[in-house]
Design a protein around this ligand. Structure first.
Ligand code: IVH
Length: 681
C-alpha cells in the first residue's frame, strides 16, 4: 500500500468509528438502551482519539467526539433570546388543575383538548442553537430575554449532541438536517453524581451543594469548561422553539422530533385525552419519582395542539396553555433547638426555627422560617418542641405543625425582641402589617442583606456574600455604591485573593456597570417593587428621571399618576413616593451614577397595531371565544365596543351575526370575516 492508500484506509476507519460511536451515543443517551457496555464505548472512543491525534487533518470540529475543553473564559457574554424564555404557572392540587382546564375551555370554542404530560426537571433551563446541524451556541435563561453564553461549558455535556441527526421528516438544509434549530431543555445533575460530588468536595473542603439544581447551575456557570466537564452533567430536551423547514402541529410532535435529532427526551411522557387521565399520569409518576435518576418537582402539562396554544397565548411571563403541577411538599420531623431572628434587606424581622441538620425533599436543612410572631402564636411553638417541617422545590423550608403530644414540659416560650438583634434600634410595627421591622437606615444586618441582593440583581456573581462581608470588614466598602470604585490593588493584597481573582472581580464589576432601567429599579430594593413591577415601571417611564419626578410630587398626585399604569396598584405607588421622597435614597442613586453605573434608556414599546381603533364583535367565531378575541384586541391597543356607530373602525362578523352586522352595513363600517381578523392579528 502506498502512502495515499494507507491514509485513505485510516480516513475510512475514522469515519466508521465516528458513526458507530455516534450510534452508541444515541442508544445510550437518547434511546436509554445502551447496546454495549461502557468499556466498549470507551475503547472505540480511545482508538478514534489516538487516530485523530496522529492524523489531525481528519479532525472535524463539530463531530460529537470533539468535546475538548476550551480555554477558560474571563467573562460570559450576554445573548438576546430570539423569543422570550417563559416561566410556568404552578398548580398545587387537582382542583387547581381543573380550574386551569375550565378557564381554558371558556376561551376556546372546542371542547376536545388533548393534554401532553411530561416530567418537570429540577435543573437549569438553557437554549441551544444549531446552525446547519452543528451546535452553534448555548445560553442560560437569564431573565428570559437576555441570557449568558455558556456554549463552551455545554459542549462538555455528553448528552448534548454537537451534531444533529437528520429527522425522518427532513428539513430543507443539507443532508436533510434543518438549517436552523433552537432547542430548549434542562441541564441536570443526577442524584448519584451529586452524592459523589459532595463526598469529594467535603474531603477537599469545597462547596457542598444543597440539591441537584444548585449543583448543575453552579457547574455550568464556571468560567473554566474543564470544571464543567468534571461534573458529569446531563441534559434533557423539552421544547423546539424554532426549526426551519419542518411543520410541527403538536407538542408531542416536538418531543418525537427532538428524539430523532439526537436529543435525550424523558420517556415518561404521554398524551392524555382529558384531565382525569392527566391526574392518573401524575399519580403514576409520583410512585416512580423517589427512584428517578434526576430531581423533579412536578409534571408539566401542555395543551398538545399548537394552534390551540397560539389561540390561548401568553399572559405575563407564563403561557396560558401550560401548567406545572407541583407535588406536595415533603415533610419531616425535628426538634427546635432555638428561635433566632433574621433581619431582611428591607428591615423586616423574620423568626427562624433552628434545629439539627435534617433531610427533607432531598436536601439537608437546619433552619426553617416561622414567618412572623403571629405564626408562632398560631402554632403555639416553643423552643424544645418537636415539629413538622416541610419543603417544596426551591421554597424556604417552613414549620407547619407542632407535635404537642411530644412535649416534656421543659419547652420555653419565645418572645420577639424589642430591639433589633443587629443594631439595638427599637423595633417598630407598620400599620396593617404583621411584620416587625428595624427602622434604622444604618442597620448592619439590613445593609448586608441588601448588599447581597444588590449584587445578585446586578449579576456580579464574583461577589458572593462571604467576599462582600470580607470587603466590609476590611473597610473596602460601606455600601453598594462603593463596589464600583474598587480597584484591583485594593483586593490583590488580601489574604486568599491574589492578582488573578482580583482581576476577575474587577472585570466583572466593570462589565456589569451598564444596567437596564428595570434591573436598576429592582436592585434599589423598594418595598413592593419586584422584578415584574420594575419592568412595567421601566416600560412606562423610559428613564429614571421621569419616574423620580412623578414619584416626588405630593402623595395624591403621584399616586394618581402611577396607579394609572396597568398592573400597578396603590401599594406600589405609595411605596415609590416614599422611597424617592427620601433624600438618602436620592443621594444613594447619585452615588451609583457618579461611580460609573449607567442606566440604559428604555425604548418605549411600539404603539399597538390597533391603537385608536374600535372593534365590535358579532356572531360566533370558529377559532376562539369572543372573550379571547376581545383580550387580543385590547393587547394590541385597540378598544372593543358593544354597539356599532360611525366611530366603529371594524365589525368582526362570525357565524349567525345579527343586527350589528346590518347596522355596520347601513353606516358603511368595514366588516371583517374571522379570517381577515386573524390575519390582522
Ligand atoms: S416547558 C413555558 N418543560 O421549569 C416555559 N419546563 O417553571 C417552560 N422545566 O424555566 C418550559 N422541566 O427550567 C418545561 N419538561 C419541562 C421542564 C421545564 C423543567 C423548567 C424550565 C423552566 C421552568 C418553568
Amino acid at each position: 500500500m502506498n502512502k495515499i492508500e494507507v491514509k485513505k484506509e485510516i480516513q475510512q476507519r475514522i469515519e466508521k468509528l465516528r458513526s458507530e460511536i455516534s450510534r452508541l451515543r444515541n442508544a445510550y443517551h437518547v434511546e436509554n438502551a445502551p447496546s454495549v457496555t461502557d468499556d466498549v464505548y470507551d475503547s472505540l472512543s480511545r482508538e478514534l482519539k489516538s487516530l485523530l491525534k496522529e492524523y489531525p487533518e481528519f479532525n472535524n470540529e463539530s463531530s460529537n467526539e470533539n468535546r475538548v475543553a476550551g480555554k477558560a473564559l474571563d467573562k460570559f457574554v450576554k445573548v438576546n433570546h430570539k423569543s422570550r424564555m417563559l416561566s410556568l404557572n404552578d398548580v398545587f392540587s387537582f382542583e387547581e388543575l381543573e380550574d386551569w382546564g375550565n378557564r381554558m375551555k371558556k376561551l376556546l370554542v372546542t371542547d376536545k383538548v388533548n393534554y401532553f404530560c411530561e416530567v418537570k426537571f429540577d435543573g437549569l433551563a438553557v437554549s441551544l442553537i444549531y446552525e446547519d446541524g452543528k451546535f452553534f451556541r448555548g445560553a442560560t435563561r437569564g431573565d428570559g430575554f437576555i441570557g449568558e453564553d455558556i456554549t463552551e461549558n455545554l459542549k462538555m455535556i455528553e448528552s448534548i449532541p454537537l451534531k444533529l441527526l437528520p429527522p425522518i421528516r427532513q428539513g430543507e438544509g443539507r443532508g436533510g438536517v434543518p438549517s436552523y434549530v433552537e432547542v430548549r431543555g434542562e441541564v441536570l445533575m443526577s442524584k448519584k453524581t451529586l452524592i459523589s460530588l459532595n463526598k469529594k468536595n467535603e474531603k477537599e473542603g469545597e462547596t457542598i451543594f444543597a440539591n441537584t439544581r444548585n449543583a448543575a447551575a453552579g457547574s455550568v456557570r464556571q468560567l473554566d469548561p474543564q470544571l464543567a466537564k468534571e461534573r458529569h452533567l446531563d441534559f434533557s430536551a423539552y421544547d423546539v422553539a424554532e426549526i426551519s423547514g419542518i411543520n410541527i402541529e403538536t407538542h408531542s410532535d416536538k418531543h418525537e422530533l427532538l428524539k430523532q435529532l439526537g436529543f435525550p427526551v424523558d420517556e415518561h411522557d404521554a398524551i392524555c385525552k382529558n384531565l382525569s387521565e392527566v391526574e392518573d399520569f401524575i399519580k403514576k409518576f409520583e410512585k416512580i419519582r423517589p427512584d428517578f435518576k434526576f430531581g423533579t418537582d412536578g409534571i408539566v402539562i401542555s395543551v398538545d395542539d399548537l394552534k390551540l396554544q397560539e389561540t390561548l397565548g401568553v399572559v405575563g411571563k407564563a403561557p396560558r396553555y401550560m401548567a406545572a403541577f407541583k407535588y406536595p411538599a415533603e415533610r419531616a420531623t425535628t426538634t427546635v433547638k432555638d428561635v433566632r431572628v433574621n433581619v431582611g434587606r428591607t428591615g423586616v424581622l423574620t423568626p427562624l426555627a433552628v434545629f439539627e441538620p435534617t433531610l427533607v425533599a432531598g436536601s439537608t436543612v437546619s433552619k426553617a422560617t416561622l414567618h412572623n410572631i403571629e405564626q408562632i402564636e398560631r402554632l403555639d411553638l416553643r423552643i424544645g418542641d418537636t415539629v413538622v417541617i416541610q419543603k417544596a422545590g426551591d421554597v424556604i423550608p417552613e414549620v407547619v405543625e407542632v407535635l404537642v403530644k411530644m412535649r416534656t414540659g421543659k419547652e420555653k416560650k419565645f418572645n420577639m425582641p424589642k430591639v433589633c438583634p443587629a443594631c439595638d434600634t427599637k423595633i417598630e410595627k407598620k400599620e396593617g402589617l404583621v411584620a416587625s421591622f428595624c427602622p434604622n437606615p444604618k442597620c448592619s444586618a439590613k445593609n448586608e442583606r441588601y448588599l447581597d441582593f444588590f449584587v445578585s440583581v446586578f449579576g456580579i456573581y464574583e461577589l458572593g456574600p462571604k467576599i462582600l462581608r470580607r470587603f466590609k470588614d476590611e473597610g473596602l466598602i460601606t455600601d453598594a455604591g462603593d463596589i464600583f470604585t474598587l480597584q484591583k490593588e485594593d483586593i490583590a493584597p488580601l489574604e486568599r485573593f491574589g492578582e488573578k481573582s482580583a482581576e476577575n472581580i474587577i472585570n466583572e464589576i466593570n462589565l456589569k456597570k451598564k444596567i437596564s432601567l428595570s434591573k436598576f429599579l429592582w436592585a434599589l430594593g423598594i418595598l413592593h417593587v419586584g422584578e415584574e413591577t420594575a419592568r412595567d415601571l421601566a416600560q412606562e417611564f423610559g428613564t429614571l428621571e421621569k419616574l423620580i419626578s412623578v414619584a416626588r410630587q405630593d402623595l395624591a398626585s403621584s399616586e394618581d399618576k402611577i396607579s394609572e399604569i396597568e398592573n400597578i396598584g396603590p401599594a406600589v405607588s405609595k411605596s415609590l413616593h416614599n422611597y424617592f421622597s427620601d433624600t438618602h435614597n436620592i443621594s444613594f442613586i447619585e452615588k451609583l451614577k457618579k461611580n460609573g453605573v449607567s442606566i440604559e434608556k428604555v425604548e418605549k414599546k411600539k404603539a399597538g397595531k390597533f391603537n385608536g381603533m374600535t372593534f365590535v364583535l358579532t356572531g360566533a367565531l370558529a377559532t376562539m371565544s369572543r372573550e379571547l378575541a376581545k383580550e387580543k384586541i385590547l393587547a394590541h391597543g385597540g378598544k372593543v365596543s358593544g354597539s356599532v356607530s360611525k366611530n366603529t373602525s371594524y365589525v368582526v362578523a362570525g357565524e349567525e351575526a345579527g343586527s350589528k352586522l346590518t347596522n355596520a352595513q347601513k353606516l358603511g363600517v368595514k366588516v371583517l370575516t374571522e379570517e381577515e381578523f386573524l390575519k390582522m392579528l
